[in-house]
Design a protein around this ligand. Structure first.
Ligand code: ADP
Length: 235
């Protein structure tokens, strides 16, 4: 059985911004309490660019990434990826978008805890239509210093190792849109440099658009653009 799924994004979509947020609100309601995580966010991310999103904790950065990944819906407004309003895609199309067009390096949700590192990466590659997924997964893990951790269950890897495994999967898949939430948050300086280099390679060699929520000035320094968020919108 092939896991291959066709990409949602057409070749002709490349002139459009990779990501657009248009007057986006996201309101979380828990009982009586209401949190406005995003309040009128407007943001364009040019295709092929590398953008850092900075801002104080709680200003809505992760909420925006979840919307951009098609994992959540805005309460109002619209998020578009390559011109397509994610809120109006049917579920199969949205599933194809997640498997094929974009990759995430989040603080959680990257890996399935009961599968080994190599099984996790190979699964992502298989869904994205990459041939010879297991061999490529092994090579990608080795290039991120995780060769001897390939057979370890993801749940037993450290936070930093899980993030490196997630980035290895992005690098081997060459997704067109890479969404990262603090991808270097738990890494030492050497591994941070390796991750920065991998993200730059995705942008420069594969034309990926890379959006990185970060507090790291080293990461922000290599980006084409730095967006500062505050109180649920661009400051
Ligand atoms: P940041 O990534 O900038 O630290 P977040 O986007 O994680 O901020 O959160 C923005 C605000 O939304 C915070 O006040 C947070 O507590 C709240 N929030 C985020 N997700 C949820 C949720 N699922 N339910 C309730 N509140 C949430």
């Amino acid at each position: 059985m092939s896991l291959y799924v066709e990409p949602v994004v057409e070749a002709t979509d490349t002139a459009l911004p990779a990501l657009e947020a248009v007057d986006v609100f996201r309101i979380f309601r828990t009982g009586e309490a209401e949190t406005v995580a995003l309040r009128g966010l407007d943001l364009d991310v040019a295709a092929g660019s590398m953008v850092a999103i900075l801002g104080p904790s709680g200003c809505g950065k992760s909420t925006f990434l979840h919307l951009a990944a098609g994992l959540d819906q805005p309460s109002a407004g619209e998020v578009r990826a390559f011109g397509r309003p994610l809120g109006r895609l049917a579920e199969p199309e949205l599933a194809r978008y997640r498997a094929r067009d974009m990759a995430i390096v989040f603080q959680s949700r990257n890996l399935l805890g009961h599968l080994t590192a190599v099984e996790n990466v190979a699964l992502q590659l298989g869904l994205a239509g990459v041939d010879d997924a297991e061999a490529k997964a092994r090579a990608a893990l080795a290039s991120f210093g995780l060769g001897d951790r390939s057979a370890t269950r993801a749940a037993s890897l450290s936070g930093g190792e899980q993030q490196r495994a997630a980035i290895a999967a992005c690098a081997a898949r060459t997704a067109r849109l890479v969404l990262c939430d603090e991808p270097t948050g738990e890494l030492d300086t050497a591994n941070e440099a390796r991750v920065i280099e991998a993200l730059q390679l995705l942008q420069m060699e594969h034309g990926a658009t890379v959006v990185i929520v970060t507090h790291s000035t080293r990461v922000a320094d290599v980006c084409d653009r730095v967006v500062l968020m505050r109180d649920g919108r661009v400051a």
